[in-house]
Write a protein of this length. Structure first.
Lengths: 211, 169
């Protein structure tokens, strides 16, 4: 029994499929949301809306801030939102490319693997950067309050608090790194592993004939 | 509901090539629900890509369709049905082209299908294109590899299938 036997049967004309009516077409073409890329696109759009809201809401606060450091903090937040906007623009563009499936299979696998890999790497780095950035903003706020204090700056308190923030930051960073890695692996890692295995298999070159 | 009504040429193409898409789905999914799900996903992706399709004198529409169908099947990024793979194919899969062929009965077919089911997604693409009787040139165009590579890999897939069939024979 060989594949050729099956091929002979495979090529026999099949019973005609029932014609598709309008209801069938509507059902078949209804947007679906359980795909990985679709889900990533939907999440990225929601996050973009949130970042746009922050980017729009923060500039007026810069004007209202009553001291330099609060203003600096608002500026930092605004700059951070601009960086995030650039990131989401790039991410949405990449996700759009990942939904184009009319190229050959090898090219599509390469694009998907590269896109997913780069997205996961960026997500991981961004998440890691968020914890120290938040702590820094908090510490910046405390320093601002201290500088504005009529009684003068309590240097020892600031150093102690800075050390506590640093220790908390290191601990947090370790926890965030471990959790994020596991979470991303759970969400996307299995898909990426499967795609990369397929890519390796298809991209493997044919052996050159021996001389 | 879809964003826009499908064009008449898309509907005509879908009617003509629906069996092709169903055959791809049948080879990749043994479970009926998964098969319908994959078929629906292929149709949806085809519809999304349709505005970009430009008929060319030397390119067949079927080649373009095979690319989309196989891309969807291989890179199926959906949450897969979490149930164990069936050990036997259901009636629909086994009913494939059950024409008179005395020396190739349903049991043999089931064994062969089971062996195909154990191949990787990429190997299944080779099997599908072989069963569809696509020439090496078109296979290379669909898969994005050289004809020589297609020939070598096709040979390996057949060897693999033979080795999978040996213990069951």
């Amino acid at each position: 029994m060989e594949l050729d036997d099956l091929r002979r049967q495979w090529q026999q004309p099949e019973p005609a499929a029932p014609p598709l009516n309008q209801a069938d077409l509507n059902r078949l073409l209804a947007p679906r949301s359980d795909g990985l890329v679709e889900r990533m696109r939907r999440n990225a759009r929601l996050e973009t809306v949130f970042v746009v809201l922050v980017a729009v809401a923060v500039p007026p606060l810069i004007g209202f801030a009553d001291n330099f450091l609060l203003r600096a903090e608002a500026v930092s937040l605004f700059l951070l939102s601009l960086v995030l906007l650039a990131y989401y623009y790039r991410k949405l563009k990449m996700l759009r490319l990942m939904t184009r499936l009319d190229g050959h299979v090898l090219g599509n696998l390469r694009r998907l693997c590269a896109g997913l890999r780069s997205m996961l790497r960026f997500n991981y780095r961004l998440t890691l950067a968020m914890a120290p950035a938040t702590l820094l903003l908090m510490y910046e706020y405390v320093v601002g309050q201290e500088l504005a204090r009529p009684g003068g700056v309590r240097t020892a308190m600031l150093i102690g608090l800075g050390t506590a923030f640093l220790a908390a930051g290191l601990l947090l960073q370790w926890a965030v790194a471990a959790t994020t890695r596991r979470y991303l692996q759970y969400l996307y890692g299995q898909h990426l592993d499967r795609l990369e295995a397929s890519l390796r298999e298809l991209a493997e070159p044919a052996p050159t004939p021996a001389n | 509901m879809p964003a826009a009504a499908p064009s008449a040429d898309f509907v005509a193409a879908l009617r003509e090539y629906q069996p092709l898409l169903r055959r791809v789905a049948r080879l990749y999914c043994q479970d009926a629900d998964d098969r319908q799900d994959l078929f629906q996903e292929m149709v949806l992706q085809l519809w999304r890509a349709w505005p970009r399709y430009v008929p060319q004198p030397n390119a067949k529409l079927s080649t373009w369709l095979y690319r989309i169908a196989l891309n969807v099947a291989i890179s199926n990024l959906r949450q897969r049905t979490r149930r164990p793979a069936p050990t036997a194919l259901d009636a629909e899969a086994l009913a494939v082209a059950q024409t008179a062929d005395s020396d190739f009965d349903a049991d043999d077919r089931a064994v062969l299908y089971r062996a195909i089911g154990r191949l990787s997604e990429v190997d299944k693409a080779f099997v599908l294109l072989y069963l569809e009787d696509r020439p090496y040139e078109e296979m290379a165009d669909i898969l994005g590899i050289t004809q020589n590579n297609v020939r070598v890999k096709m040979h390996r897939v057949q060897e693999k299938l033979r080795s999978l069939l040996v213990p069951a024979a």
